[in-house]
Design a protein around this ligand. Structure first.
Ligand code: PHE
Length: 337
């Protein structure tokens, strides 16, 4: 019986080691120390033992019983602790939440969307053209033939195919006229490319926003009215404007439109170089040759066009003093908007 008890203890403890959950623990408790358990059965035989054997075996039996019970209790509290541990891990409400990284709009895009909203409210449609443009739409159709000195006004990236990276958003003018005819009210925001040495105010890539309005009897007065509306939308207040003559082959007459300096209100400061005025955009009435290229009759229709320097406006609005930051992809810069 001595041997039997020792073997039973060994077998039970080995099986206990494999317990993985409370259910298994209960099953083994019943199997060994339950009312009809294996140990219980052995204990019941104690009464049949010879008197001289009784104390020794009785003591051993009791030790086995206590050992098994202790082991089961141990395992039980171990299981409870583990379970509590894993619950705590899954739902620790005191942990700080994981922050989600979100992107933001490029300052250029922010201003572009603002301008688009103003123009849409005035009934303009928003069109975008290709970055790789044909020589025809970028130059020819805009009254700039191949031998015209005005081709030198814009330093051009020529592709081996004979196409160009569009040097200005004016390239969309004739495309739009061909597609939509007249009357036409449209803006073309877009990326432009110039073969230039870069510095704080020049980059090879920048953005313009072109405007085009064509109908019967369109004059400079319409242009000024639209520009004033635009300034009100962008700066939230009435802004005084003035025009100076400017030359562009695709407008006649052509102008440079200035706005009253927003920093000093026209008194003169370092931003406006003491003139009280800031150059805003070139513009003019669409040249008859351009209307013709777009399939429109210059005797019937007239229109205005302007080429807003979107990048310049962004720099002015946010006080950015180096144009190269805008294309740098530097997150420390971009995160500020
Ligand atoms: N496309 C001209 C430029 O980039 C600007 C312009 C647009 C001038 C429309 C007049 C009218 O320099």
């Amino acid at each position: 019986m001595d041997k039997e008890l020792k073997q039973l203890k060994k077998r039970a403890l080995e099986e206990f080691e494999k317990i993985k959950n409370n259910k298994e623990l209960e099953e083994l408790r019943v199997k060994y120390v339950g009312r009809n358990g294996e140990l219980t059965k052995v204990l019941k035989q104690l009464k049949d033992l010879a008197v001289e054997e009784k104390p020794k075996i009785g003591k051993l039996a009791n030790e086995v019983k206590v050992a098994l019970a202790e082991k089961l209790d141990d395992l039980s509290s171990q299981l409870t602790k583990n379970a509590r541990g894993s619950i705590v891990q899954a739902t620790d409400l005191t942990l700080p939440g994981a922050s989600v990284k979100t992107g933001s709009l490029h300052p250029n895009t922010i201003i572009q969307y603002e301008l688009e909203d103003v123009f849409k409210s005035l009934g303009f449609q928003v069109l975008e053209g290709p970055d790789i443009e044909s020589e025809y739409y970028n130059f020819e159709a805009l009254n700039i033939p191949a031998d015209h000195p005005a081709r030198d006004m814009q330093d051009t990236f020529w592709l081996t195919s004979g196409e160009v990276l569009k040097t200005h958003t004016s390239a969309m003018q004739v495309r739009a006229m061909e597609k939509y005819g007249a009357p036409l009210k449209a803006i073309f925001p877009g990326r432009c490319f110039r073969y230039e040495a870069t510095d704080a105010s020049h980059d090879t890539t920048f953005y313009q926003l072109e405007g085009l309005m064509i109908d019967q009897d369109i004059s400079i007065a319409n242009l000024i009215a639209v520009m004033k509306e635009l300034m009100k939308g962008v700066f939230g207040k009435e802004v005084k404007v003035r025009q100076r003559p400017g030359y562009f082959p695709f407008v006649e007459p052509g102008f440079e439109l200035d706005i009253n300096c927003l920093i000093c209100g026209g008194k003169g400061c370092s931003v406006c170089k003491q003139t009280g005025w800031l150059e805003l955009l070139p513009c003019g009435l669409v040249h008859p040759n351009v209307l013709k290229a777009g399939g429109l009759d210059p005797a019937k229709y007239s229109g205005f066009a302007f080429g807003l320097g979107l990048t310049r406006l962004v720099m002015m609005k946010y006080g950015i003093d180096d144009i190269r930051l805008l294309q740098s992809g530097d997150l420390r810069f971009l995160k500020q908007f």
